[in-house]
Design a protein around this ligand. Structure first.
Ligand code: B12
Ligand code: SF4
Length: 454
C-alpha cells in the first residue's frame, strides 16, 4: 500500500482539501485520472525510490509539467532525500524536493503555495529561487504520536487486498533506525534517530481498521519493528485484548530478538505473529563487523532456535558481492544458509547481490577509491535493475550463486510430494557443493518460467 502518500495525505482537513492518490500499479491509465484531477490542483507530489521507480517518476512528472505547467511538482521519499539539490539541478520539471519525514513539511509546502508565501521558511526542502537551487535547513523528526493517523480511506483498500491476493493490511509504526549498517541509507536519511507510535494508540487504530476492513494479516513495514521488545509485547497484548484476530509479520534485528524473553515471544505468537524478517547479510563474523551490523552470529542462531521453537517463520536475507569480499566469507555465508535451511522448512534465505546504493558508508568509500556512480537523475533510474549482479560479482560467482539459490529452494522449500526425488537430489547437491551440469535447473526453468530476483 502507498503508505508514504497516505501518510502525507492524512494531514489535511478533508472539508477543505481533496487528496487524490494515484498508484501506477493499480490504475491502468493513471494519466486519465491525472487529467481529471490536475486542472485545479494545488500541487502534484510523487514518492520516489532510487532505481526503476525513479524512471516512472521522471516520466509522469515531465508529462504533468508539459500539460499543467502552473501546477508545482514536489518529489519526496528516499531518492529526493539522498539527492536534494542534484534533482533540481538536472530535472527542470521538478520544482521542490523534500528530505526525510514528509507530513509536516508537505502541509507547509501546500500552505505556502496556496498563500503565495516564500518557500524559504519551509524546513526540510530544496527549491529554486530565480533559477538558483536553494537548500533550506533540515527538519528534525516529529514524534509519530504527534502526527495524525493514516487515513486508509484515501485508497481503495479492497483493491489492494485483491492485488495482494489476501486481506493483508500494510501498516507503519515507526520511522528511522538507531543502527549504522554501512550498506544502508537509513543512517544518512534519518541520522540514526527513531520515533514510534505508542502501543495504546496502535491498539485503538488497529481495532478501528480491523472492524472496518476485516483484514486477516498485518504487515508492519517498519525498518526495525522489534526495536523495543517491551513495546512489542504491549502491542501484542493490545491485539489480544481487543480481540483482533489477525496474523502479523515484522522486521527484527537478531540482537533485538536475542534480548526478548520467552514470554515476550509467546505473547507475540499468541497475538498472531507468523513471520519475522532478520537481515543476516553474511555468514562471516568478520564481514558482519565490517558492515557495522553490531550483531553476533550467535544471536542469529539464537533467534533461529527461538523461532523454530515457537513455530515462527523467518526470512533471513543475505547479501553477497561486497567489494573485496573474500572467498572465506562466501563459504561462511553458504554454510550458514545451509545450517539455517536445515533447521526449519519455514526458514527462507533470499540472497541479494550488493549494489552501491546511494547514502551508504560503503558507497561513500568506493567512490573515494574511484568507483563511478550514475551521474544524473535519469542515470539513477537504470540503477539496480532486477536481475543485475552488481559490480563486484564475477561471472563465475554469479553463476555459482544463481545455481545455489535454485538448489537451496529446491532442497528445502515447500513442494508437493511428487517432487521428493528432485528434492533429495537437490539436497545432495547442496551438501556436496556440487552444482555442475545443473540439468534439473534447466528443465525447471523451461517448465516453470521463473521471475528473476534482484
Ligand atoms: C514496502 C517496501 C517495499 C515494497 C514496496 C515498494 C514500493 N515501490 O512501493 C517492496 C517489497 C516491493 C520493496 C522493494 C524494494 N525496496 Co523497499 N522498502 C519498503 C519499506 C520497508 C517500506 C516503505 C514504506 O511504505 N514506508 C512508510 C512510509 C510512510 O515512509 P517513507 O516511504 O519513508 O515516506 C515518508 C518520507 O520519505 C516522505 N515521503 C515519501 N514520499 C513522499 C512524497 C512526497 C510528495 C512528500 C512531500 C514526502 C514523501 O514522507 C513520508 C512520511 O514521513 C522501506 C523501508 C521503510 N520502512 O521505509 C523499504 C525501502 C523503501 N526499499 C528499498 C529498496 C532498496 C528496495 C529494493 C530495491 C530492494 C531490492 N533490492 O529488491 C526493491 C525495489 C522496489 C521497486 N522497484 O519498487 C530502500 C530504498 C532506498 C532508496 N534509495 O530508494 C528502503 C528505504 C529500505 C532501505 N532502508 O534501504 N520495498
Ligand atoms: S539495515 Fe536495518 S538495522 Fe541496519 S541501519 Fe539499515 S534499517 Fe537500520
Amino acid at each position: 500500500m502507498p503508505l508514504a502518500l497516505m501518510a502525507i495525505g492524512s494531514c489535511f482537513d478533508k472539508t477543505k482539501y481533496e487528496v487524490i492518490i494515484i498508484d501506477g500499479r493499480l490504475h491502468k491509465n493513471p494519466k486519465e485520472l491525472l487529467e481529471v484531477h490536475l486542472k485545479d490542483a494545488i500541487c502534484f507530489g510523487v514518492t520516489v525510490l532510487t532505481g526503476s521507480p525513479l524512471k516512472d517518476a521522471l516520466e509522469v512528472t515531465e508529462w504533468v509539467k508539459n500539460h499543467y505547467p502552473k501546477v508545482p511538482t514536489v518529489w519526496g521519499g528516499w531518492h529526493p532525500s539522498l539527492f536534494p539539490t542534484e534533482i533540481l539541478t538536472d530535472t527542470p520539471f521538478v520544482d521542490i524536493t523534500v528530505q526525510g519525514q514528509g507530513e509536516i513539511t508537505f502541509q507547509e509546502i501546500v500552505s505556502s503555495i496556496e498563500n503565495e508565501t516564500n518557500l524559504n521558511e519551509v524546513k526540510g526542502i530544496c527549491c529554486r529561487n530565480n533559477n538558483e537551487v536553494i537548500k533550506n535547513p533540515g527538519r528534525l523528526l516529529t514524534p509519530m504520536d504527534d502526527l495524525p493517523s493514516i487515513d486508509y480511506s484515501l485508497i481503495d483498500v479492497e483493491a489492494y487486498f485483491k492485488l495482494k491476493g489476501k486481506r493483508q493490511l500494510d501498516y507503519i509504526s515507526s520511522t528511522g533506525c538507531y543502527f549504522r549498517c554501512t550498506f544502508c541509507a537509513d543512517p544518512f536519511v534519518f541520522g540514526r534517530s527513531f520515533t514510534a507510535l505508542s502501543a495504546e494508540r496502535m491498539g485503538e487504530e488497529l481495532e478501528e481498521l480491523y472492524r472496518k476492513y476485516n483484514f486477516e494479516d498485518l504487515n508492519f513495514q517498519d525498518e526495525t519493528f522489534f526495536t523495543y521488545p517491551k513495546r512489542i509485547a504491549k502491542i501484542a497484548k493490545e491485539l489480544i485484548d481487543r480481540n483482533i484476530k489477525t496474523s502479523w509479520a515484522g522486521t527484527m534485528r537478531a540482537d533485538q530478538g536475542a534480548r526478548m524473553t520467552e514470554e515476550q515471544f509467546e505473547l507475540c505468537v499468541k497475538s498472531g505473529l507468523r513471520r519475522v524478517l532478520i537481515g543476516v547479510e553474511s555468514g562471516s563474523q568478520e564481514m558482519m563487523d565490517w558492515l557495522s551490523k553490531d550483531i553476533k552470529l550467535e544471536q542469529v542462531l539464537f533467534c533461529a532456535e527461538r523461532c523454530k521453537k515457537f513455530g515462527i517463520a523467518v526470512i533471513f536475507p543475505f547479501i553477497v558481492g561486497f567489494p573485496e569480499e573474500t572467498e572465506e566469507s562466501i563459504v561462511a555465508t553458504r554454510n550458514l544458509i545451509l545450517q539455517l535451511r536445515g533447521m526449519s522448512s519455514s526458514f527462507e534465505t533470499p540472497i541479494f547481490y550488493f549494489k552501491p546504493y546511494p547514502g551508504s558508508k560503503i558507497t561513500e568509500d568506493v567512490v573515494k577509491k574511484g568507483y563511478q556512480l550514475p551521474q544524473s537523475t535519469i542515470a539513477w533510474g537504470d540503477f539496480d535493475y532486477i536481475g543485475s549482479k552488481g559490480p563486484w560479482v564475477s561471472k563465475e560467482k554469479y553463476r555459482f550463486f544463481e545455481r545455489f539459490k535454485f538448489y537451496i529452494k529446491a532442497a528445502y522449500g515447500k513442494a508437493p510430494a511428487y517432487r521428493a526425488p528432485f528434492k533429495w537430489l537437490a539436497k545432495a547437491r547442496c551438501k556436496f557443493n556440487a552444482f555442475g551440469l545443473p540439468f534439473e535447473k534447466s528443465i525447471f526453468e523451461v517448465l516453470f518460467k521463473q521471475q528473476k530476483l534482484s
